[in-house]
Design a protein around this ligand. Structure first.
Ligand code: ATP
Length: 821
């Protein structure tokens, strides 16, 4: 199969990762890979005749070149690599594309050629670049039948029979139309004698798959669009920066963020940035006049001593009559009515730019792999699929269903049916919206729960710090205050509890915690078993009605110990929850723990810098050691996000046989690099992958075996992986899960308090861990959890990400370069 890829509409971070994955995966499956530059514009323009011939020449020359290089090296390669891979190693166009030129470069030209063949090495290192290296455009011609006929002809001329389109709903609508029209388009081309009967027959159907590239996260039937997490990261960086200056001058800031028809970015930024107020298109203010409601809320914040105010407005925000709500207008209101020194910041295109975050490398890679599979299994009868992600699974959904559902949201808003629009956005969106309200608004006494439903909640951090611990605590504290509960912060874990190191945090006191890394409460690894009787006495002394433990495996262990001790201590007969937070992501049964996204981003940032240094010194292998205890999650997902050549995990271990193969693979790989153009390569090694083959041993071995081909260095990232500022994904997840914990606690507290005090026996279901399984939040009693835990190795018995290790090696070409097909 000959597959072409194009990016269309607005660019978004992660598009390059998708293109890279599709190119590599296509080649692995025996396809010939092509790239269409400048979106549909390139498809319509195609390759002019001279260009086409020149293109063919370039392709032929590239093949000859690699052949010649290989002939020289063949003696040194002990095992013959996969023929298809060698044939597809490089065509040089990737390099031209990367140089960002469409003109003459290095003796070759891309001018007049919009559809170019690419090979394995041409897409190397594309991960870390923002935007789209193959160009994108808006193309009026493709909206016409003539334009689409020209596009069809250009594809047929190159013999291409499958297309991947990465873009927004407009681009995908165009793609679907193109595919449905294809049979009639080619009939026309045939009757105009522009294609032969043989071509007509060979290209009877176009195989097509869509990927959603859009920073707005506005597409229905997928949880996340390519580029949305990075855009959110950019916005949160801006808010964090603005926060400090706003605080210094006691100012108000109105931030306008992108989102014409979708408030996802504004809402998530509101949560993750700890904003005071947000305006989104799906939920115009209900209290009218909204200006009064906004001023009243912000006045309450200022009245408790808040020095800064952040209001976030989506560019498409409007009131219930569809009148736009503009940042400048909000600024005037805040200045005139509240006397606040207010500034407007419009983030604009900075939101699009920059290096993709870890999630925008991982998801597009997995989606790219799925896109190739979908093309290979496509038949004339199968619908055009859109590849998305739902509940942590990569999915295929009929493209037009997704586009229709997306349009329905827009239509509902235009019809002023806002409840319907919110409904169509899905329950998680609604949960986020309610969550934002719960932690950002200050209620007065009359709105709180009746006295008999109020409770005293102890919050404890356990184990190593992880991004999101503070954000979760902030949300729990604020929710408690909103409801009339009493939050009690236990400092320094169970040791602190035994030392009476407990206080009552205030609404304002936790204000800045959203963006703070580490643990504001202080944490250690001391388990409650250090003095169970003492801990029970403290539970009684502080009259805890419920406890929330935020942490990793120790937190899980602590909950287990407390649950088992219920036999002896009535003080533990209260709802107790564990909210997993650990960079290792080693808590059983949950797909994500707080902190793991922050940590992956820290790894990606550090390795991007290391890779640059490795590339500068050419032929260098960097062995990077990651934390993670006996769990290889960070190492494996990091390797996928970085395009590492090899990954070593505690689960997989390291043996002499693997090392022998790995050295051979690296030697083959460096041998096949264009002379003088070798790049740095990364090897990721989890700290506990082997006690014998340490990072230092591996590095020395690579130096020795690399000989004149490559050199090696090591870097141990250690505690940098605990991350500085938590990622927006961790912050918003922390807030969502903390609020879920609160409703669990309230529910069980209410049930328990209906029983007489002396007879209160909390069932096993009241000591539970909040987990994410296939995207759903599920409660698992801690006793049940034990069955799924490998207690000796402090990790789950199974990991959902196990398949990724193989994928990393496939995408590095290890099995193929070693000749084992
Ligand atoms: P973004 O979300 O960034 O706006 P988009 O893909 O929705 O991305 P559009 O400008 O709507 O951006 O579409 C990009 C290109 O897709 C258009 O310039 C046009 O070439 C093609 N296109 C869009 N809609 C159609 C359509 N209905 N028929 C044919 N082609 C279309």
């Amino acid at each position: 199969m000959k597959i072409a890829i194009l990016t269309s509409g607005g660019d978004s971070a992660g598009m390059n990762a998708a293109v890279r994955a599709i190119v590599k995966c296509g080649i692995l499956k025996g396809c010939e890979m092509w790239i269409v530059r400048e979106g549909y514009e390139g498809l319509v323009r195609g390759n002019d005749d001279g260009g086409e011939k020149a293109g063919q020449k370039v392709n032929d020359e590239a093949e000859k070149l690699v052949e010649a290089e290989l002939r020289e090296k063949r003696n040194e390669i002990t095992q013959e690599p996969d023929k298809n891979l060698l044939h597809n190693l490089r065509f040089g166009d990737g390099e031209l594309l990367r140089d960002g030129t469409s003109e003459y470069v290095g003796g070759r030209t891309l001018k007049g050629r919009y559809i170019v063949r690419v090979g394995w090495d041409d897409v190397r290192g594309w991960f870390s670049e923002g935007g789209t290296l193959i160009g994108t455009a808006r193309c009026a011609a493709f909206r016409t039948r003539e334009g689409r006929a020209a596009a069809a002809l250009n594809l047929i001329k190159e013999g291409i029979d499958a297309l991947v389109v990465c873009g927004g709903d407009g681009s995908l609508t165009g793609a679907d139309l193109f595919r449905s029209e294809w049979p009639s388009l080619i009939q026309d081309l045939h009757s105009q004698k522009l294609i032969t009967s043989a071509q007509l027959e060979a290209h009877a159907h176009l195989k097509l798959v869509g990927l959603v590239g859009s920073i707005d996260n506005d597409m229905s039937m997928t949880d996340m669009t390519i580029g949305a997490p990075t855009a959110l990261q950019r916005i949160c960086e801006a808010i964090d920066n603005i926060n400090s200056t706003a605080y210094s001058h006691s100012r108000a800031f109105v931030l306008e963020v992108m989102g014409r028809d979708c408030g996802w970015l504004a809402l998530m930024a509101g949560i993750a940035g700890g904003a005071d107020f947000t305006f989104i298109p799906e939920k115009p203010p209900t209290t009218m006049p909204w200006e009064d409601a906004m001023c009243a809320e912000i006045h309450r914040h200022r009245a408790v001593g808040k020095r800064k105010t952040i209001v976030i407005v989506a560019e498409g925000a409007r009131d219930r009559e569809l009148n736009p709500i503009r940042a400048e207008y909000i600024k005037d209101i805040l200045t005139d009515r509240l006397g606040l020194d207010t500034r407007v910041t419009t983030l604009g295109h900075t939101q699009r730019g920059g290096r993709p975050c870890a999630l925008d490398r991982i998801l597009p890679t997995l989606q790219g792999v799925e896109a190739v599979d979908a093309l290979l299994s496509a038949t004339p009868e199968t619908p055009t699929y859109m590849i998305g992600v739902q509940e942590n699974k990569i999915t295929r959904v009929p493209l037009m269903d997704a586009v229709k559902a997306t349009r329905a949201v827009g239509q509902a808003m235009n019809d002023k049916e806002f409840e319907k629009a919110l409904d169509l956005r899905g329950p998680e969106f609604m949960e986020m919206l309610l969550g934002f309200r719960a932690v950002s608004s200050l209620k007065d006494e009359s709105e709180k729960l009746p006295a008999n439903k109020r409770l005293r909640l102890g919050i404890i951090h356990m184990g190593a710090p992880a991004g999101g611990m503070n954000a979760a605590t902030r949300s729990a504290v604020r929710y408690c205050i909103k409801q009339g509960h009493i939050p009690l912060a236990v400092h320094n874990g169970f040791r602190g509890l035994l030392d009476d190191n407990v206080d009552q945090p205030s609404w304002l006191g936790v204000d800045a915690w959203m963006s703070r890394g580490g643990s504001e409460l202080g944490t250690n690894r001391t388990l409650p078993s250090v003095d169970l009787g003492g801990v029970a006495a403290k539970f009684q002394q502080f009259q805890f009605d419920a406890v929330m433990i935020i942490g990793g495996f120790e937190a899980f262990n602590s909950l287990l110990i407390l649950d088992e001790a219920r036999k002896y201590y009535p003080a533990f007969h209260i709802p107790m929850v564990h909210l997993p937070a650990t960079i290792s992501n080693n808590v059983p049964m949950t797909e994500y723990s707080l902190g793991s996204d922050t940590s992956l981003n820290a790894l990606v940032d550090a390795c991007d810098a290391i890779k640059q240094s490795a590339s500068a010194s050419r032929d260098r292998v960097f062995v990077v050691e990651t934390q993670g205890g006996k769990c290889g999650y960070i190492a494996t997902m990091g390797a996928l996000a970085l395009g590492a050549s090899l990954v070593y995990t505690p689960e997989g271990g390291i043996s002499l046989d693997t090392l022998r193969r790995d050295v051979k693979f690296l030697r083959t790989r460096y041998m096949l690099d264009t002379p003088g153009k070798s790049e740095g390569r990364l090897v990721i090694r989890s700290e506990a992958a082997s006690s014998v083959y340490t990072t230092s041993v591996l590095t020395k071995m690579f130096v020795e075996e690399g000989g004149s081909l490559f050199d090696a260095r090591s870097a141990s990232l250690g505690h940098t992986l605990q991350g500085g500022v938590p990622s927006p994904i961790d912050r918003s997840r922390a807030s969502r899960l903390a609020l879920r914990c609160m409703s669990f606690i309230e529910e069980h507290h209410e049930k328990l308090s209906q029983k007489p005090h002396k007879a209160r026996q909390a069932g096993p279901e009241t000591a539970a861990v909040i987990t994410i399984q296939e995207g759903d939040v599920k409660w698992v009693p801690v006793q049940e959890m034990v069955k799924h835990a490998d207690m000796a190795n402090r990790r789950g018995r199974t990991n959902w990400w196990a398949f990724v290790t193989d994928l990393v090696e496939q995408l590095a070409g290890k099995p193929q370069f070693l000749g084992a097909k």
